[in-house]
Design a protein around this ligand. Structure first.
Ligand code: NAP
Length: 307
């Protein structure tokens, strides 16, 4: 069993890194556990235009800056995936695939995972034309034909991004109105290579070793059309991934961890921040704010325990 940290932050996205920075500056022995790359979901965002003080920045660039900020304070990262968090007791246990760690307090900052359409061939063709990340895979589709599914900010931003790379971009949304911001919708309407297909869903994906076409069904007319494409980007939001808390920590009916205004869960010393919690707004700024609050409250909790 490893040493006892003051604080383990699970997840190295904007919220987790902010929590780490506040903890380190408060003098806590903190570590961040991340299973993938630092930055979380922003690494799959092409441009961020609503982070106060920065007019426009690439998602990967912002993630890199955040990681550099953490590194400048010598905040350690452990590259491992968390299997289980055991929240009760004075020493919290975080079981990972490679090791098990212990801390006086834990901040859960794991964000949310991409949602799937759950239709035939979707999983089979991941990496063979089906993608959930335009920033990661978009460059593979230079002068090709792609389709995006979704009507939120991610789909709209990814559509704008892909319209600068691909020859033709279809944006397929299940309703008439978009959930994402009007400013993005208006920008898209000015793009000559973007075609909006509204009130429609993707009912089938065709292709064996690579995607060849999709079948799009209009929900009102029930008319189906086959569209030949080279790539399908599914951007239909994210859902909480709370397997690691194993039913111990309270979640709401949508699966998000319930916290109070101090980011505290139903367990003393266990906090949740950012997209994994029942927050009213999933934004980078909000995750950072959550991280600052949780870290400050964890500091107070740990100091009380140390008395
Ligand atoms: P989202 O806002 O939850 O939107 C998901 C979209 O996918 C919705 O339009 C939804 O349709 C559609 N959808 C969901 N399930 C579907 C299904 N099974 N089949 C077809 N369509 C489906 O997700 P998001 O766009 O990933 O954004 C997540 C959060 O991050 C949001 O709060 C967003 O504002 C934020 N975000 C912010 C920025 C930014 O500010 N720069 C950038 C990206 C994301 P309905 O609308 O009909 O429900």
């Amino acid at each position: 069993m490893n040493k006892l940290y003051d604080l383990i932050v699970v997840g190295g996205g904007p919220g987790g890194i902010t929590a780490g920075i506040y903890a380190k500056r408060a003098g806590l022995d903190v570590v961040i556990i991340e299973r993938n790359v630092p930055g979380g979901a922003i690494t799959t965002t092409s441009e961020v235009e609503n982070y106060t003080g920065i007019t426009k920045i690439g998602g990967i660039e912002l993630a890199t800056k955040m990681f550099e900020h953490a590194s400048s304070l010598s905040i350690p990262f452990i590259w491992d995936e968390v299997k289980k968090i055991i929240p009760d007791g004075e020493e919290k246990v975080v079981e990972c695939y490679q090791e098990t760690y212990k801390a006086k307090a834990v901040i859960i900052a794991v964000g949310a995972s991409v949602r799937k359409l759950n239709i035939d061939k979707e999983r089979q063709l991941i990496g063979k034309g089906v993608s959930y990340c335009a920033t990661c895979d978009g460059s593979l589709y230079k002068d090709k034909i792609v389709a995006i599914v979704g009507g939120g900010n991610t789909a709209l931003e990814d559509c704008l991004y892909l319209s600068n790379i691909a020859k033709k971009v279809y944006l397929i949304h299940r309703r008439e109105e978009f959930r994402g911001q009007n400013i993005l919708v208006n920008q898209l309407k000015e793009k000559s290579n973007v075609q909006l297909i509204l009130n429609s869903v993707v009912s089938d994906i065709n292709g064996d070793n690579k995607i060849e076409s999709i079948v799009v069904e209009n929900k009102i007319t029930k008319v189906k059309q086959e569209i030949k494409i080279d790539g399908l980007f599914i951007c239909i939001g994210r859902g909480p991934d709370t397997e690691m808390i194993d039913g111990n920590i309270n979640i709401n009916s949508s699966g998000y961890i319930i916290t109070d205004e101090n980011m505290k869960t139903n367990y003393d010393g266990i906090y949740a921040i950012g997209d994994i919690r029942n927050s009213p707004l999933k934004q980078i700024l909000c995750a950072c704010s959550d991280g600052a609050i949780a870290s400050t409250k964890a500091f107070e909790y740990i100091k009380t325990k140390n008395k």
